[in-house]
Design a protein around this ligand. Structure first.
Ligand SMILES: *[C@@H]1O[C@H](CO)[C@@H](O)[C@H](O)[C@H]1NC(C)=O
Ligand SMILES: *[C@@H]1O[C@H](CO)[C@@H](O)[C@H](O)[C@H]1NC(C)=O
Ligand SMILES: *[C@@H]1O[C@H](CO)[C@@H](O)[C@H](O)[C@H]1NC(C)=O
Ligand SMILES: *[C@@H]1O[C@H](CO)[C@@H](O)[C@H](O)[C@H]1NC(C)=O
Ligand SMILES: *[C@@H]1O[C@H](CO)[C@@H](O)[C@H](O)[C@H]1NC(C)=O
Length: 543
């Protein structure tokens, strides 16, 4: 899922994770579904609201959400499944925050605070259950049992903490503390299971809607609900796959009347396939065949093709160990690779090129045969040409995909002449100077990969004297020396350093006179590891 920018999680996440590891996930989910400003508003309203709710509870009245500070938010929109979830997760977020604080105050023996917070948790748990049941007809029987248990345990927590403020006996307090801890743990577990069940239930509803819909609007909104949830992490993707999400989405992709939804449906599938269960389900419903049909059907738009390519990129991701079992992929590989090369060639935007080339790059990891196919299909020429089109290859991310493909293909001997013909050496030289313009962490990392793989490709291709001479003519040697000697040129990256040393050594064999003696003595003559240590040590004297 490389189109999303990760790493912008806000600070609450970690803080909440510390206390109950069993909870981690739910904090994480809650964090992202809730817009920051609504959290702030919520927190500001918190004291007021809790007072109101607690009075309600003390008077044993059902809690009315209409009087709630969030009432306009709740009532202004129709209650789709995802709205229920949003509401549920907001409450869950507050409850998990309070539980975490209780643990902290408990450690400091702040009994009054502990009790106050226990009362608040009690209120919020009741409100959460109440709201959820108001908006969700037919909730699961299983859930009611957890709800009952949770309410019971919360009352217990309130009762025990109340006794704590009435005593000063250290011994009693100590045993109470253990007791509170046990109760808290049970509350936390119960709460976690309840949220899990609720999530599963809401996902089931969305999947069922997609599975049985013949209506464009229903399918669209349920798909967009699922897509939103896939963005909340792998755990939800796992539940979705288990509940038939992949199967239902492929069913949509086989119905012509839903054509206009294909891009969105495929994008959701790509997200769901970041987990093993998703890929497993995809195999079970012949998903690869379906993707191949879409990719090779010229009546589909490029956007649809690109989203199908994104699914292919996802399921062939080299960091997913379980993709090795995709036997049906091999059967369709030639058609897929052909379609992807065509898509790279005709791509009308940077995004489309990125998706198609990422799929190709991943496929070259997947199987050696792919590189031979690419060579047959003139892929080198096409990719090199694309790199000179500023509007298609418009970012270090795209160049990363291209140079990954080139690096892997360069193990094949025939590759060298193709590279020469397409001015590939020039391109690789330019890639050695890849620099991030934004300074954004993900982009900086992409630039490093581009530099590293460009050096690897140059080293591999320089087995061929023609390539080596072309590189030397383009002043490749001084640039490689600069990358080795100046840490800022490679942003301190060790992997770039190793690749550059390797490339430099290859070229030095061809052109021993091209180097100053000191460069030769330090960068070429010693064992690779000694040159490496020498250069990384330079770093320290710089810093
Ligand atoms: C509470 O229980 C957990 C294990 O469930 C334990 O790690 C922690 O130290 C306990 N804390 C207190 C204050 O007893
Ligand atoms: C989807 O619909 C089919 C019938 O068309 C049914 O057999 C299957 O159980 C449904 N799956 C889900 C998850 O609802
Ligand atoms: C494979 O695809 C994933 C996206 O699904 C991407 O993150 C990764 O960079 C790709 N790998 C390669 C080698 O291009
Ligand atoms: C592509 O390169 C990666 C690492 O650079 C390697 O693990 C993979 O085996 C290569 N694939 C082929 C087909 O050579
Ligand atoms: C180098 O990379 C680090 C992360 O490893 C990043 O924080 C820093 O901004 C980068 N420097 C430059 C000059 O890009």
């Amino acid at each position: 899922m490389f189109r999303q920018s990760f790493g912008e999680r806000d600070g609450w996440g970690l803080w909440l994770c510390l206390s109950f590891y069993g909870f981690k996930l739910y904090f994480y989910i809650a964090m992202h579904l809730i817009q920051v400003d609504s959290v702030q508003r919520w927190m500001e309203d918190l004291n007021l609201m809790t007072d109101c709710e607690c009075i309600c509870i003390l008077q044993s009245k059902p809690i009315s959400t209409e009087e709630d500070a969030e009432s306009d938010l709740i009532l202004s929109s129709p209650h789709s499944s995802s709205d229920n979830l949003q509401l549920l997760l907001k409450r869950a977020w507050i409850i998990s925050t309070e539980l975490t604080r209780i643990v902290q105050k408990l450690e400091k023996n702040r009994w009054q605070r502990v009790h106050n917070m226990a009362v608040r948790v009690n209120c919020h748990v009741r409100s959460m259950i109440n709201e959820y049941n108001t908006f969700t007809r037919n909730s699961l029987e299983e859930m009611h049992q957890f709800e009952k248990l949770l309410i019971e345990k919360c009352s217990e927590l309130t009762a025990v903490t109340e006794r704590c403020i009435q005593t000063e006996d250290e011994q009693i307090l100590k045993s109470m503390k253990t007791c509170i801890n046990v109760t808290l743990t049970t509350v936390a577990q119960c709460f976690g299971q309840l949220i899990e069940l609720a999530l599963t239930h809401e996902i089931q509803i969305l999947v069922r809607q997609i599975n049985s819909s013949d209506n464009l609007y229903t399918t669209e909104s349920a798909t967009s609900g699922l897509f939103g949830l896939t963005q909340e992490g792998a755990h939800l993707c796992r539940i979705m796959a288990k509940e038939g999400g992949v199967v239902a989405l492929f069913k949509v992709c086989r119905q012509d009347c839903f054509r206009c939804l294909y891009p969105q449906v495929l994008r959701t599938l790509a997200s769901m396939c970041c987990v093993e269960e998703g890929i497993h389900q995809l195999e079970k419903v012949d998903g690869i065949l379906c993707l191949t049909d879409i990719l090779t059907d010229d009546t589909h738009s490029q956007t649809t093709h690109a989203e199908a390519a994104a699914v292919i990129a996802q399921i062939t991701s080299p960091h997913l160990a379980f993709t090795q079992h995709l036997s049906s992929f091999l059967e369709n590989m030639e058609e897929i690779v052909t379609a992807l090369v065509k898509l790279c060639q005709e791509a009308s935007s940077g995004e489309i090129f990125l998706l198609a080339s990422a799929a190709l790059a991943n496929i070259t990891f997947f199987d050696t045969m792919a590189c031979e196919m690419l060579l047959q299909l003139n892929a080198i020429k096409i990719l090199l040409a694309a790199c000179s089109e500023k509007q298609t290859v418009d970012s270090p991310y795209s160049r990363d995909q291209v140079v990954t493909i080139l690096a892997n293909m360069s193990v094949l001997d025939q590759c060298a002449s193709e590279i020469i013909q397409g001015n590939g050496v020039q391109l690789l030289m330019a890639m050695l100077s890849e620099k991030s313009s934004s300074g954004n962490t993900a982009e900086v990392a992409a630039c490093e990969r581009v530099q590293q793989k460009a050096a690897v490709t140059l080293a591999r291709l320089s087995r061929d004297p023609e390539v080596a001479h072309a590189a030397i003519k383009l002043s490749c040697i001084p640039r490689l020396i600069e990358l080795c000697r100046s840490p800022t040129e490679r942003n301190n990256s060790d992997s770039v350093l190793v690749a550059c040393l390797a490339a430099l050594r290859r070229l030095a064999v061809m052109s021993p006179d091209g180097l100053e003696d000191s460069d030769f003595q330090q960068l070429v003559k010693p064992r690779l590891v000694d040159s490496f240590l020498l250069c990384t040590n330079m770093e320290e004297s710089f810093v």
